[in-house]
Design a protein around this ligand. Structure first.
Ligand SMILES: Cc1cc2nc3c(=O)[nH]c(=O)nc-3n(C[C@H](O)[C@H](O)[C@H](O)COP(=O)(O)O)c2cc1C
Length: 318
């Protein structure tokens, strides 16, 4: 018998959104919610948070635990603005292109500089350190943007030498990348990922699996790309309140069920309960238009899962 669980994913309203999914995994949600942020509040990150981020970084694995990396965390705002002045003189067109330009490091108030041996032999280790730091920052409510663009400028421009000197990079090491960090002033949408880059060897893949059962509450439940917050944002951004219901002041809840297929696509969209046909139509359109979800997994197989989404239509008070 098919195992079916209808779960409340989100209460979608014009004014307010709350969400709850049956399965929560903090780490995976944190990974899925991370985005490169290029607009920040004018609020430096607290030193204790920077320390926590650095600690997470240096706890990354490294080949034979050699820890062949050096991390420099810049809290000196003047250093960032001084080097940005040089950048502005040399690259006025890049400054003009960014309407939110505050500094050459994607506008963040703090900067983490990551160095690794100049021969490139430990860049993989340094990459793991970077990801640890970005995820730690994300979990502390901070945004990040890893960058190599500024490195090219810094190492090739004689006028920016004072910046590299302040970093005190160990002999034989190079500046590999920088990570902007700060309180985000934007929440960028997730950029699409190509699931076809992943192949499962020796297991039935989503494409070839013949298993049509609907699984629930498994190791990994399905989720909207970017997690719940991204789902709520997407739904609210894309909701179009039906004109006739607006005029007649018709509000209410439409319950929509749907299946997240093994490839993440949405199918079997059904209206379960609705106060008005126009609200049904809009709720159905919204659900069908959602981007592909990350499918639920049972063992190492992607599986189908079913959801119930109560879509709340509420007219904003004017
Ligand atoms: C090695 C590396 C270098 C990058 N360099 C830059 C950069 O110079 N400037 C920038 O704005 N973003 C840079 N990025 C960020 C990527 O553009 C970003 O990670 C990618 O578009 C995916 O978006 P997401 O991080 O929001 O998922 C870099 C990312 C990596 C991994």
């Amino acid at each position: 018998m098919k195992r079916v669980l209808f779960c409340l994913l989100a209460m979608i309203g014009v004014l307010s959104l709350t969400a709850q999914s049956v399965y929560e995994n903090e780490i995976i949600n944190n990974i899925m919610a991370r985005r490169s942020v290029r607009k920040y509040l004018d609020k430096p990150v607290e030193h204790a948070k920077l320390e926590a981020i650095a600690t997470a970084g240096i706890n990354a694995p490294s080949a034979m635990n050699r820890q062949n990396w050096a991390v420099r965390i810049i809290e000196d705002q003047k250093l960032l603005s001084d080097v940005t002045e040089v950048f502005k003189q040399e690259n006025p067109q890049m400054v003009e292109r960014d309407p939110n330009f505050k500094n050459m490091f994607r506008n963040a108030p703090n900067l983490i500089c990551v160095c690794s041996p100049a021969n490139g032999g430990n860049d993989l280790d340094a990459g793991l350190l970077c990801e640890n730091m970005m995820l730690a920052a994300q979990s502390l409510g901070l945004g990040t943007c890893i960058q190599t663009g500024p490195v090219r400028f810094l190492v090739s421009n004689e006028k920016a030498k004072f910046f590299l000197d302040r970093l005190d990079i160990p002999e034989g090491y190079k500046l590999l990348c920088v990570i902007a960090v700060g309180y985000p002033d934007e929440s960028p949408d997730a950029k699409p990922r190509d699931a076809a880059k992943v192949k499962y060897i020796g297991a039935s893949t989503p494409e070839t699996s013949k298993d049509d059962r609907i699984f629930v509450d498994d190791e990994f439940n399905a989720q909207f790309p970017g997690g719940e917050k991204a789902c709520m944002k997407w739904l609210s951004d894309n909701m179009q309140y039906p004109e006739d219901c607006l005029k007649e002041k018709i509000e209410g809840r439409v319950n929509v069920s749907f299946v997240v297929e093994r490839d993440g696509s949405i199918s079997e969209v059904k209206i379960k309960k609705s106060p008005h046909p126009s609200l049904s139509k809009e709720a159905e359109r919204l659900v069908k238009a959602m981007p592909k979800w990350v499918p639920a997994r049972h063992g190492n197989k992607a599986v189908r899962s079913i959801w119930l989404l109560p879509v709340i239509f509420k007219i904003p008070e004017s």
